[in-house]
Write a new protein. Structure first.
Length: 285
């Protein structure tokens, strides 16, 4: 094989996957972007021609700002809770021996085997006025607490759904860390906190980064849990997009909201990635 052919061989081999990526990802995204610039008439539906009226409507209405702000802080809080719960859980899992590691790994992954809709209905039963949570509060003398159709219910259910997506990347990163390195640091006089900060944390940072990005992206675009546990009053961006597409039939406005959510997600995720990677590089020198 000539050097020129060898240089182009990786590109030719990757063409099928690139074509599949373009067909399943880039083409629908491009069509959605084109749709977001089209006219909409309440009597005649989507019309030909292009306009910026949909984006002007989104950017000029404080109602959408409130929904976007709620979506972002719910996603951020979900990511933070998954980080605080999932990182120690992954560390403990990585230090377990056989067969307990396999058993607890199966327990962590078990929620992924159940539909999100089923889990959302399960949480609605637990957090409802007569659910087990309120029964426990009543037994403790606290009294019934309204949790269903509140941001609390949405965040609790999202943490339950998204936690495996945080545990698995962190646990995978910890597999690269030899426990003998920690023992060596302890032997040399380092405290347990110093070992966690100087040895474990640099190794776990890539897993924390990837897990946080996955959890944040999935939480910000979640539909089933906000729709079922948030109710009709607690709107998030995904539920607004659903309403515009299927109830109002205003597809261009729904597409504009979807593109705005995508851009906002990218801005938050890329900023977080840059900050965390910068600290990671400084820590490693």
């Amino acid at each position: 094989m000539s050097p020129a052919a060898a240089r182009w061989l990786p590109l030719w081999l990757s063409l099928p996957s690139l074509a599949l990526f373009g067909l399943l990802m880039l083409l629908p995204l491009g069509l959605t972007a084109l749709l977001s610039f089209q006219h909409y008439d309440i009597e005649r539906g989507v019309q030909s021609g292009y306009t910026l009226a949909n984006y002007a409507h989104v950017l000029g209405d404080a109602y959408y700002y409130e929904i976007f702000f709620r979506t972002i802080w719910v996603a951020v809080l979900t990511t933070l809770l998954c980080l605080l719960i999932g990182t120690p859980e992954a560390y403990i899992l990585s230090r377990m021996g056989s067969p307990w590691r396999s058993i607890f790994l199966l327990v962590i992954l078990a929620p992924l085997l159940v539909s999100v809709v089923v889990r959302a209905f399960g949480w609605s039963l637990l957090l409802g006025p007569n659910g087990l949570v309120n029964q426990a509060f009543t037994a403790l003398g606290i009294g019934p607490v309204r949790m269903l159709y509140t941001p609390t219910a949405v965040v609790v259910a999202l943490v339950h759904v998204m936690l495996p997506f945080m545990v698995i990347p962190v646990w995978t990163s910890l597999q690269k860390l030899d426990p003998m390195v920690e023992n060596a640091a302890l032997t040399l006089g380092a405290s347990r906190w110093t070992v966690l900060r100087r040895v474990v944390l640099p190794q776990v940072t890539p897993g924390v980064l990837s897990g946080s990005l996955i959890v944040f992206g999935l939480s910000a675009s979640a539909l089933a849990i906000p729709g079922l546990l948030g109710g009709r009053r607690l709107k998030m961006v995904a539920t607004i997009i659903y309403d515009e597409y299927l109830h109002e039939l205003n597809w261009p406005l729904g597409a504009a909201l979807a593109l705005a959510l995508l851009v906002l997600n990218l801005v938050v995720m890329l900023s977080y990635n840059a900050v965390l990677e910068s600290g990671y590089k400084k820590r490693l020198g």
